[in-house]
Design a protein. Structure first.
Length: 289
């Protein structure tokens, strides 16, 4: 991996403040934005470089790593662990020469260089969060994510839950000197904008039931995630009666054609704005009771 000078890309000094970085980024982003440079491949490339530089330098933690390790800043944690191990070995009797030899092999020739020797290092693990709606995870679908300017095609299985984390092996940072790549961990943040409440694989919903149908019985049509469903209402159905619709709930994660249940709670709807005749009939009914 060749060294990319992010400071040079943004046209700033290494001593630049956060405000300087922000100002430089905004100025260049406006200049090279694709909307202002249609069909200009050079401008598109420059715009990507500017965004990459800003992502690193505007994050104080990443900036420190970049300043200390250059092109290998993503592997800084591995280097630090190795340095701590070597420090521990020095305390146990290893010579200063042994410690210097480590830096020579790790960085190539001297401790101020960042070129690694033959030691293999596993790539850094990446973590990201994917925001979806509940309807998005009712069916298996594909998405393309951009992680560190790399496009990753991802199949999202139906039934993924809010807060669930999945691992994509080998899609993290590149390994050093032939070491294995790190992994990509994706956490799902799922928002529910439907009238259904999800608990595991089951769905819950309230359905309004008019007084006449509740008393006399009949048939109503309700919505489910799979479409319309007709329900038969038994005569004298009480308020808050629950009905379970088997297999009409949410898909079970990684189990084809298996679903949870849909639990409906009937909410009795009292008639309002009655005319005189309707009121008389209710009075008669009250007398009969």
């Amino acid at each position: 991996m060749t060294f990319v000078d992010y400071y040079k890309i943004l046209g700033i000094e290494k001593t630049a403040t956060d405000k300087d970085i922000k100002k430089a980024y905004r100025k260049l982003a406006r200049k090279y934005h694709p909307d202002l440079n249609p069909d200009n491949k050079e401008a598109e490339k420059k715009f990507k470089e500017i965004n990459e530089a800003n992502e690193v330098l505007s994050n104080s933690e990443n900036r420190i790593k970049y300043d200390n390790y250059g092109k290998d800043w993503k592997h800084s944690e591995q280097f630090e662990k190795e340095k701590q191990r070597q420090s521990s070995q020095r305390q146990q009797g290893y010579s200063e020469q042994d410690f210097s030899d480590y830096f020579s092999s790790m960085f190539g020739g001297n401790s101020s260089s960042y070129k690694q020797g033959n030691r293999k290092y596993r790539g850094q693990d990446f973590n990201t969060e994917l925001h979806l709606n509940l309807k998005d995870v009712f069916e298996t679908h594909k998405q393309v994510l951009t992680i560190n300017n790399k496009k990753i095609r991802l199949t999202i299985p139906a039934g993924v839950e809010n807060g669930q984390v999945i691992k994509i092996k080998g899609k993290g940072g590149e390994g050093i000197n032939g070491g294995p790549n790190g992994d990509l961990y994706i956490k799902f943040s799922i928002k529910n904008h439907t009238k259904f409440k999800r608990e595991g694989n089951n769905l819950y919903a309230f359905v309004d039931l008019d007084l006449y149908t509740a008393i006399l019985g009949g048939e109503i049509t309700i919505d489910s995630f799979k479409g319309k469903v007709k329900l038969k209402i038994a005569p004298e159905t009480a308020n808050l009666t629950k009905v379970k619709l088997k297999g009409k709930g949410f898909p079970i994660y990684k189990k084809d054609n298996q679903f949870g249940d849909l639990i409906i709670t009937y909410q009795l709807k009292i008639p309002t704005n009655l005319n005189d005749k309707e009121k008389e009939l209710f009075v008669e009914l009250q007398k009969l009771q």
